[in-house]
Design a protein around this ligand. Structure first.
Ligand code: HEM
Length: 463
């Protein structure tokens, strides 16, 4: 432990990590409220009727964009700022650049938020960020990668730990994916080929940005918290190369039964099922690591968040391998099943990992112990029950919708039959919001406690 007032440059810029965590939590609050508002629309209780800027379609885009670029991106940057200097024993290239990126990223989020509400969304799923914001995002990504990759290239450590492999891959892929999705379908590749690229973008955003950073962070935090090495380094490399090989080929599975050539659709189906093998290796590796330390699931809350997220990951990938078949697609396409799947991935997996990371990092970045562990436990259970039941309800509702449409029942009938599911979804959302409210109160109360003499976990830079 180093005195908080150390004049030397610290290995980890704790204030920067804290700022990104706060920004992530703020985006999370906005996305939850937007999700709730949009969910109410389904029962015709929309809270902002007749206000164009707050029309449901725009609020839905705020919900999804804040999830990806506000909540997840900010938390991941915090995790990277924490993990990379520790793994390389080198600080990031420049703290000043780190702050510039922080403010630029929040500026991008504000512009995205206002642009979407102002009606300037780009007509590309997950690429709704207004077209005038896209160049800023690309410049921001280049600066971020420059700042974070520097310690990896300069490290004197022998051999790169697998987390760094994942991070480097995400650094190489994310900018390319963002450029491809936001520019190619709109300017150069219109029509069905453009849809194929948009599908690739949707999937690669999850597979080549969120997934590698998420797993990289798990490979960092889990052995650290369990105080034992990862079970198999070889398996971790199989997982890495499997993702690199199979993920980029899956994009077209978002547009099955569409005019995109069938060979591309079949290829996407096979690649999606193949990823299951990769997933199994990664899951086996992490549960092998947990073996002998399963008591941590009870005693260590971050570990609990991480492993429940991993179980959700296994579930979502298994679900994916089933729902990608053309037979199942006939039933579930365009239904709430897909929305349930999206929540299980984005929230049940990556959101849970982020929550675990916040529980672990927040006391360290504010230099105070958690105000209340009971509130932390309540947050975990309310979120887990809320998220799991939301997933099950949306899956069930999706099946009802799919079979009704398949039987050529009147569209209005499917709406009537969906209503109980939509009510239940809203209630599960309220559980999640309640849990999150308790968590945010706990964060605030923790930060307000009297300061101890030392800031834990802030080692000094080697060079
Ligand atoms: C209070 C909790 C939440 C509620 C009530 C809620 C509600 C909704 C609603 C109503 C939709 C639109 C569904 C449709 O168009 O038919 C949606 C979509 C989505 N939400 Fe949430 N949501 C919540 C939390 C979250 C969280 C925490 C995340 C991610 C971290 C998330 C990620 C998504 C994604 C990715 C979609 C797009 C689904 C798709 O296009 O298939 N949601 N949500």
């Amino acid at each position: 432990m180093t005195p908080a007032t150390s004049p030397q440059r610290q290995l980890v810029n704790v204030a920067l990590v804290r700022a990104h965590l706060v920004a992530s939590a703020t985006a999370f609050a906005i996305l939850l409220l937007a999700g709730l508002a949009f969910a109410l629309q389904f029962m015709q209780y929309y809270p902002f009727p007749g206000i164009p800027a707050l029309s449901p379609g725009r609020v839905r885009m705020v919900h999804t964009n804040m999830a990806a670029y506000g909540f997840i991106a900010n938390a991941f940057i915090a995790g990277l700022l924490w993990a990379i200097p520790r793994l390389t024993k080198r600080p990031i290239l420049s703290d000043g650049l780190g702050w510039l990126i922080f403010w630029a990223w929040q500026g991008i989020l504000v512009l995205t938020f206002l642009g979407i509400l102002g009606g300037y969304a780009q007509a590309i799923e997950w690429g709704e960020t207004p077209i005038f914001v896209d160049p800023l995002v690309l410049v921001g990504l280049v600066l971020l990668v420059t700042n974070l990759a520097h310690p990896i290239f300069k490290t004197r450590e022998r051999g790169l730990y697998v987390s760094l492999w994942y991070f480097l891959a995400a650094f190489a892929w994310t900018g390319l994916v963002y450029f491809m999705g936001n520019y190619m379908p709109q300017f150069w590749v219109p029509g069905a080929p453009g849809a194929a690229i948009a599908g690739l973008f949707i999937h690669d955003l999850v597979g080549l940005f969120v997934t590698p950073i998420g797993w990289g962070l798990m490979y960092f935090f889990v052995p650290l918290l369990l105080k034992k090495p990862i079970w198999s380094h070889a398996l971790s490399l199989i997982g890495f190369w499997g993702i690199a090989f199979f993920y980029p080929m899956q994009g077209v599975h978002h547009f099955l039964w569409s005019p995109i050539p069938m060979y591309a659709q079949y290829g996407a189906v096979v690649a999606t099922i193949a990823i299951e093998v990769v997933v199994v290796t990664v899951i086996v590796n992490f549960f092998g690591t947990l073996y002998g330390r399963s008591d941590a699931m009870r005693s260590n809350l971050p570990i609990r968040w991480f492993y429940v997220g991993m179980l959700n990951y296994a579930l979502t990938c298994l679900q994916c391998a089933i729902q990608v078949t053309l037979t199942v697609q006939k039933v579930i396409h365009f239904t709430d099943w897909v929305v349930g799947h999206a929540h299980l991935v984005m929230f049940g997996v990556f959101g849970f990992w982020i929550m675990g990371m916040m529980v672990e990092l927040w006391p360290q970045v504010v230099g105070r112990p958690w105000y209340s562990t009971r509130l932390l436990t309540a947050h975990f259970w309310l979120t887990t029950i809320g998220m799991t039941s939301m997933f099950v309800i949306l899956m069930a509702g999706g099946l009802v919708q799919g079979y009704l449409w398949g039987s050529l029942a009147h569209w209005a009938d499917s709406v009537v039959y969906s209503l109980p599911f939509w009510w239940a979804r809203t209630l599960t959302g309220l559980l999640i919001i309640l849990g999150t409210g308790l968590f945010f109160y706990n964060m605030w109360a923790t930060a307000r406690q009297p300061a101890p003499a030392y800031v834990p976990g802030a080692a000094t830079a080697e060079a």
